[in-house]
Design a protein around this ligand. Structure first.
Ligand code: SAM
Length: 626
């Protein structure tokens, strides 16, 4: 049995059901009122927080943040989302709902519990569809076309409030009764609430226990007792004193993004959908001209044997990305499943150690033997491996073009940026020709060209790595039904072509495809899947392909952060988003979400341990101690 502490999987809720109402076996308490849970939710949580009225006044581009302890069935969340739909009139305003759950319900249980309310059915169906795998840590879930963003932390309440960065407008404290579940109502957990609250924040809870009331008063809330719902005598509501709003931490009014590859296009679209105007700049003629311009690319990460921060980041990115790309299903996203083949003895050994050490839910991946691998991929494989049912492949160039087409994105192509200059409260972007562009904040997403644009001292440990892909005509191979990865990846053929790639050439600047690189790709492919090619004789001479340059950091981990110079000085309002190496399609959606959270001053989707992995200060030769 793997060490419980290392396991990415989280223990789920054990339920007993009575007349369709779930009760927690562990805590011996109900999730909601047996007679009418939805009416209780509105009475106890929405009404005292005055959500309907406050939702109406959220401006375009603004946001409202509700935080909750105890996600349970998600009923409170759905009631809030329903009220948001009814009362928030601005299409570009965002509802953030931040919640924590130590023992999450399995998806089927969630569906069964929420089936009690037909009026919530469409919302419940969308939540169930996007409900994350049962792994510890923070999950960001986009709903209602991004108008609603749920941050669901699977873990203990104290751990969540320590790890997450957000400021709430309203709180729902809903963690079973303090007598059944003292952990949820510890002073430590209650004390952290005010640090996560905006001035004037409000709070409501079903309990009226005096210890809880005193702890909240000590945390700065003015508390009131009022009649409870149904047979409950009393409940509590409270608020923090309001303050005159300051100019600090204002969201940006305008953002310029340099680089229209997958990172830049995802970030631009994300900000635009939150109501922020963006200028997207690139020296090329259109989006996706560089490393994101390949015909096909796979969503692939290699999860480490140790479940450390690096593995957690890869897992968080993979899970977010699979859900995110589903909006492009049947267009540019093909969730065919992906096989990570145990292609060599070394890889077999690694996969064995990995499986012995970790327990992952089967919707992330599960091990398969050779027979299953062949059934799933439709080609002879020699060995088994790890099967990722939610992964697949993308058409990145088409996706970039689609992402960049939004009324709030001003596209500025064929613009060769030469220099960035700091103005008093903004940045001036100076192109080789044409007028300068001024923006409050700038994000450099220029891949391997990033170092030449950084207006600060010090050498950044970023490198350029050539990658050549080979286009195989479908009659030259047995095309798999899913993506297969090993030392190379192979995608299923589309429109008569299957892409295999890519070479990994350090210190090679050749921008043109070479026969030697095709030969390498074909050799690696036949080592991985012997017999997959019909006839290899002279094939390297006749195939076509494409070269692009990846940008990688010294530790092969991405960067998404404010720019920091070698002295540790942060450049105000200047960010970098690069170093995605060959995993850009997988990491970029999550990191774009994270940077968009930062740029709009909204709750952040990543916990602090993962934010540290993305820091720009680590790129300098001499690292300062943390
Ligand atoms: N708000 C929920 C809803 O709308 O269905 C009901 C919440 S239920 C009353 C309380 C929840 O708190 C349970 O799902 C329970 O597993 C969770 N919980 C209990 N102790 C916890 C802890 N220490 N940290 C985080 N969640 C906890």
């Amino acid at each position: 049995m793997p060490d419980e502490l290392l396991s990415p999987s989280i223990e789920t809720a054990e339920l007993t059901w009575q007349d369709g109402v779930p009760e927690s076996t562990r805590f011996g308490d109900v999730y909601f009122n047996r007679e009418d849970g939805l009416a209780e939710s509105r009475y106890v949580f929405l009404r005292p927080n005055r959500l309907s009225e406050r939702f109406t006044s959220v401006p375009a581009g603004g946001s409202f943040v509700v935080a909750e302890s105890g996600f349970g069935t998600g009923l409170n969340f759905l009631a809030t989302w329903q009220a948001w739909r009814e009362h928030a009139t601005n299409q570009s305003a965002t509802l953030h709902f931040v919640s924590v759950e130590r023992f999450p319900l399995q998806r089927d249980d969630l569906v069964r519990a929420l089936a009690l309310w037909p009026e919530l059915a469409p919302l419940a169906a969308e939540l169930a569809d996007k409900y994350p795998p049962m792994t510890r840590g923070a999950h960001r879930i986009l709903l209602d076309g991004g108008r609603v963003r749920l941050t669901l932390y699977l873990g203990d309440v104290c751990e969540a409030w320590q790890a997450l960065q957000f400021k709430a407008d309203a709180w729902f404290l809903d963690g079973f009764s303090p007598a059944c579940n003292p952990d949820m109502w510890q002073d430590q957990a209650l004390a952290m609430i005010s640090a996560h609250s905006k001035p004037g924040a409000t709070l409501a809870t079903f309990t009226s226990v005096s210890r809880v009331r005193r702890a909240l008063e000590n945390a700065g809330f003015t508390m009131n007792i009022s009649p409870g719902f149904g047979r409950k005598r009393d409940m509590l509501a409270g608020s923090l004193p309001a303050e005159i709003p300051s100019d600090q931490d204002q969201p940006a009014n305008s953002v310029a993004i340099i680089g229209a590859g997958i990172a830049g296009c995802l970030l631009a679209r994300n900000l635009a959908e939150r109501g922020l105007p963006v200028t997207l700049i690139d020296s090329a003629k259109g989006p996706g001209a560089g490393a994101s311009g390949n015909l096909q690319g796979a969503t692939y990460v290699k999860l480490g044997v140790e479940f450390n921060d690096q593995t957690e980041l890869a897992l968080t990115a993979l899970c977010f990305t699979q859900r995110f790309y589903n909006r492009f299903r049947d267009q540019y996203w093909h969730p065919t499943g992906l096989l990570q083949l145990a292609w060599s003895e070394q890889e077999q050994d690694r996969q064995r150690r990995f499986l012995n050490r970790n327990a992952y839910p089967a919707d992330v991946f599960y091990p398969v033997d050779q027979h299953q691998a062949e059934q799933l991929t439709g080609v002879p494989t020699q060995t088994g491996g790890l099967w990722f049912p939610g992964s697949g492949w993308l058409e990145p160039a088409k996706l970039c073009a689609e992402l960049a087409a939004h009324p709030l994105i001003r596209q500025q192509f064929q613009t060769d940026v030469q220099q960035l200059q700091r103005l008093t409260h903004a940045w001036a972007i100076k192109p080789a020709t044409g007028p300068e562009i001024v923006a409050d904040r700038v994000v450099i997403c220029a891949g391997h060209l990033t170092p030449s644009l950084l207006p600060v001292s010090g050498r950044f440990r970023l490198k350029k790595i050539r990658g050549q892909v080979t286009h195989l005509e479908s009659q030259s191979l047995t095309s798999p039904r899913s993506v297969i990865c090993g030392p190379r990846y192979l995608n299923p053929a589309q429109d008569g072509v299957a892409v295999v790639g890519a070479t990994f050439d350090l210190r090679d600047d050749n921008p043109d495809p070479t026969v030697a690189s095709h030969e390498q790709n074909l050799q690696e492919l036949t080592d991985l899947l012997p017999g997959i090619l019909e006839d290899t004789e002279g094939l390297e001479e006749s195939v076509e392909g494409r070269v692009s340059f990846r940008c990688a950091t010294h530790d092969y981990q991405p960067v998404a952060d404010e720019l920091c110079d070698s002295e540790g000085q942060v450049s105000p309002d200047l960010f970098m988003f690069t170093g995605l190496g060959s995993k850009g399609l997988t990491y970029a959606p999550l990191l774009a979400e994270y940077l968009a959270d930062k740029l709009s001053n909204q709750p952040q989707c990543l916990p602090s341990n993962l934010m540290r992995r993305l820091a720009s200060r680590r790129l300098h030769q001499v690292e300062k101690p943390e």
